[in-house]
Write a protein that binds this ligand. Sequence first.
Ligand SMILES: C[S@@+](CC[C@H](N)C(=O)[O-])C[C@H]1O[C@@H](n2cnc3c(N)ncnc32)[C@H](O)[C@@H]1O
Length: 264
Amino acid sequence: MIWEIWQYLNTPTALHYAKPMGFVKESIAMAARAKRCQTTWQPHYQACQDAILEIAELCEEKRKVLIFGAGSLQDIPLDALSELFDQVLLVDLVFLPDARNQAAAYTNVQLIEYDVTESLDDLYHGNHYVAIPKRWLNDFGVDLVVSLNLMTQLPLMPVKWLESHFQLDEVEADDLGQMLMAAHLHYLQQFSEHADSRDNPLICLISDRWVQRFDKNGQLIKEFDPWGDVLKPETQKEWDWQIMPLGEASRHYSQVNRVGVSIL
Ligand SMILES: C[S@@+](CC[C@H](N)C(=O)[O-])C[C@H]1O[C@@H](n2cnc3c(N)ncnc32)[C@H](O)[C@@H]1O
């Protein structure tokens, strides 16, 4: 608990809504979960790193790589990307002190606190407005874009905030979540549409695509699609992430997320 409080107090935030909307608390909780579940999460982190490196090797030019949802940096092959690319831009709402220390070891790695939905300021004020994100679309030096375990997380905190502060109902919550995810997919796709043929960046989406819960006897008790009605692009590769071993979120069930890699 003291460690959690220390991190909260020692995490600077450039975005005024990051603390009130709960993003800093959530990042700290996720870091604690990652520590507790180190053994079951490691294969997932490794699979993410391998997938990013495979696609990075395919880039004809290696000027800038842009990673959305960088968070703890544990699923990023930072050494290799820093060697391969001139610039590594890591984007998230929150970077805890540990991620800041890791990034500081590289001269060409930059942490950027930014809302990839470009909607959070409005949502914080209770306006149900979902923007069409634009930043970096005209940066023709970007050769690789990665959305990293971020897609299905986009609705969670904004919906919680609006439910508790602005009486968002269930239907509105579902609609908003779907709009945020669809807008993110559209944003990623726009990178190749904006580029001219000489500067076509590669775009990689790594995201969970199916969630399964099992009781303590290993029987499937629930499964759902975290994308809802948003059309999922095809995957090149998939694996299971043992995200909640029995006892982590509940004594009664464990959870496995199917994660997929898509090249857009
Ligand atoms: C499941 S975590 C994955 C983070 C990191 N890839 C890892 O495994 O540690 C999702 C990340 O998305 C970030 N995030 C959520 N909404 C965001 C937004 N609108 N803009 C930028 N980052 C966001 C969170 O802060 C969090 O770090």
